[in-house]
Ligand binder design. Structure first.
Ligand SMILES: Cc1ncc(COP(=O)(O)O)c(C=O)c1O
Length: 318
């Protein structure tokens, strides 16, 4: 099923969905030359409010990726936030969504990067995306035969469209083998991440996750969960290399990401993890995360931006 919405935001303005098109000769279309973000906004039914989650942190990561790619983002942070809110409001979303700000190279050559030689454009997509029910049951994972993009070739810390060819290969292989999302190792043979999410395990009471130097995306959900685990569960959190065989003896394991949320692994390479059901700490972290992102934890409200109340305040001031 293809994703659709009433509007998209393209190069400075809202456009009806059908008009949100780009020429086939752009570098973005030809070679996947873009850097993007995947951000959720969560609907809180009691408060009748939609909250974007850690928008500013996502845009900081977008700028980091664009810097490495030498792409000049043609909008300020304030303009990107205003455009994101404008799009979400135009689509009248009062449900949980995923929105994607994307910076891209337009027509030019592979050697072009200066604003004087290639146009750098910007678009935003926003789709309804309810939390996945598989969060409850968990997924059966496997080690991919594909290695995660190396920092020596195509740094995984850049969330660029082109990096997702690597993810696609891994997803498809796992799917053909009847498995859920796989775990990818890096060139050194250590656990890197999933094709669209980071990996955490629980062993001997400690929450362990590969470091940002393990060829992973510097995940905002990973940061969020490390903070929640330390603050709310008093867990020791360790960022260190993780061996493949450690996954086989982990007490608990899960993927985490804006799209994936907290997704338990119940087996890996047919080894049951724990008792083969989502673990207790995983469940607790899921609960904390689900509360934090929906504005139910006052302490973490600074991560959220209200979409509709913000609008009401603006209207009142006008
Ligand atoms: C390859 C990859 N790793 C990790 C993540 C998790 O990152 P975040 O928590 O910032 O969404 C994602 C999801 O966006 C991803 O695509």
């Amino acid at each position: 099923m293809s994703k659709t919405a009433d509007y998209a935001w393209l190069d400075g303005k809202l456009v009806p969905w059908a008009n949100a098109t780009m020429h086939i000769s752009t570098e973005c279309v030809l070679r996947g030359e873009n850097v993007f973000e995947g951000i959720r906004a969560y609907w809180n039914e009691e408060q009748q409010e939609l909250f974007t989650f850690r928008h500013a942190d996502h845009i900081a990561r977008l700028r980091q990726g664009a810097r490495i790619m030498r792409m000049a983002i043609p909008y300020s942070d304030a303009e990107i936030e205003a455009a994101s809110l404008e799009l979400i409001r135009a689509c009248n979303y009062r449900e949980t969504i995923h929105y994607r700000p994307v910076v891209y190279f337009a027509e030019g050559e592979l050697t072009h990067y200066l604003p004087s030689e290639i146009r750098t454009g910007f678009f935003i997509l926003a789709f309804a995306m309810p939390s996945k029910t598989v969060q409850e049951t968990g997924v059966k994972s496997a080690i991919s035969t594909w290695r995660r993009n190396s920092d020596l070739a195509s740094p995984s810390r850049i969330k660029s469209g082109a990096n997702y060819h690597n993810s696609r290969l891994a997803y498809i292989e796992a799917r053909m083998n009847g498995m859920g999302p796989p775990v990818m190792l890096n060139a050194a043979g250590k656990v890197a991440e999933g094709p669209g999410a980071c990996v955490m395990i629980l062993r001997h009471g400690k929450l362990i996750t590969p470091p940002v130097t393990a060829d992973i995306l510097e995940s905002i959900t990973r940061e969020t969960l490390m903070e929640l685990a330390r603050n709310e569960l008093g867990l020791e959190v360790v960022e260190r290399d993780v061996d493949r065989s450690e996954l086989y003896v982990a007490d608990e394991a899960f993927f985490c990401g804006s799209g994936a949320e907290v997704l338990p692994m119940v087996s890996i390479d047919h080894y049951e993890i724990g008792d083969g059901t989502p673990g207790e700490v995983t469940r607790k972290l899921q609960g904390l995360y689900n509360d934090a992102v929906r504005g139910r934890l006052e302490k973490y409200r600074h991560w959220l931006t209200p979409v509709w109340r913000g609008n009401a305040v603006k209207d009142a001031a006008a």
